[in-house]
Design a protein around this ligand. Structure first.
Ligand SMILES: [Zn+2]
Ligand SMILES: [Zn+2]
Ligand SMILES: [Zn+2]
Length: 274
């Protein structure tokens, strides 16, 4: 399994348009980007590839990275930065199956699959395949499982993707706070690579109107506000899942410049062979 991190930033990306903060300036200087979230997974046995989330930066990502266009996609949730790149499918694909969860979100009164279907019903070549969470399904010769996570107020899913032949396993936290339910943790356990939402360092919780949440024994918040994990929360979850390797993703330009490009924060274009 070959995993390419196409987009490792939060919803504004780094550099952020119109921003002259030190972190954005340093990203410009280094030629580094964290575009909106997307991960490309290639099954090297079959040559098929799968895209997790459709970034608004889809076109730029596929022009910049040496990856084939996907044969199928999975959408974790309906936020702009994960879904709104799907419009790029127009005229690019003969057939693009999209997999998404089938549970109804009380906030939208639709499942993720239904929202994707409704918003993109003008794209005849895109077919939506609703999936029950926590039940593995086959995609591109791999086994994927959508796992419910906590991203209030919307429902959102993390993902476990395994190669049934080689046993390689990729887990993604999805956009989530630290309160990932136990059955989801069980499904995400023991990955070769874990991609964890760590939007900012815990020190920045002081600047969020809601502060931090899910503090550890030393009082460090593992959740920033209510929707995302802190870097510390992401690493704590990685530890609990016994991840062999972890990259922090969905990071914001709010990271202080002396922390923003340190390990294990991912940048766009990283490639992993699992
Ligand atoms: Zn900035
Ligand atoms: Zn989100
Ligand atoms: Zn997001």
């Amino acid at each position: 399994m070959r995993v390419t991190l196409l987009g490792t930033g939060d919803t504004t990306g780094t550099p952020t348009a119109g921003c002259d903060c030190d972190t954005c300036a340093e990203a410009h200087r280094r030629g580094i980007e964290r575009t909106r979230f997307s991960v490309h997974v290639e099954n090297e046995r079959t040559g098929d590839s799968l895209l997790v989330d459709f970034s608004p930066d889809f076109r730029h990502q596929f022009l910049t990275r040496e990856v084939p266009l996907p044969d199928a996609g999975i959408v974790t949730h309906i936020h702009f930065d994960h879904l709104d790149g799907l419009g790029n499918a127009f005229r690019l694909f003969d057939d693009l199956p999209i997999y998404a969860a089938d549970e109804t979100d009380p906030v939208t009164d639709e499942s993720v699959a239904e929202t994707v279907g409704r918003k993109y019903d003008y794209l005849d070549r895109v077919g939506v395949h609703p999936q029950p969470p926590l039940e593995p399904f086959e995609i591109c010769g791999l086994q994927a499982t959508l796992v419910p996570v906590e991203h209030p107020p919307l429902i959102c899913y993390g993902l476990a993707i395994e190669d049934p032949e080689t046993g390689a396993k990729l887990s993604l936290s999805g956009d989530t706070n630290y309160a990932v339910p136990d059955p989801s943790r069980a499904a995400l356990r023991d990955p070769d690579l874990f991609l964890a939402d760590g939007i900012v360092p815990a020190s920045l919780c002081a600047k969020h109107p809601l502060g931090g949440d899910h503090h550890d024994d030393d009082g460090v918040p593992r959740t920033f506000g209510s929707k995302h994990m802190t870097r510390e929360g992401a690493l704590s979850l990685a530890d609990e899942l016994d991840a062999s390797q972890t990259r922090i993703v969905h990071t914001a330009h709010f990271y202080p410049v002396d922390e923003a490009f340190e390990e294990p924060l991912a940048v766009d274009g990283e490639v992993y062979e699992l």
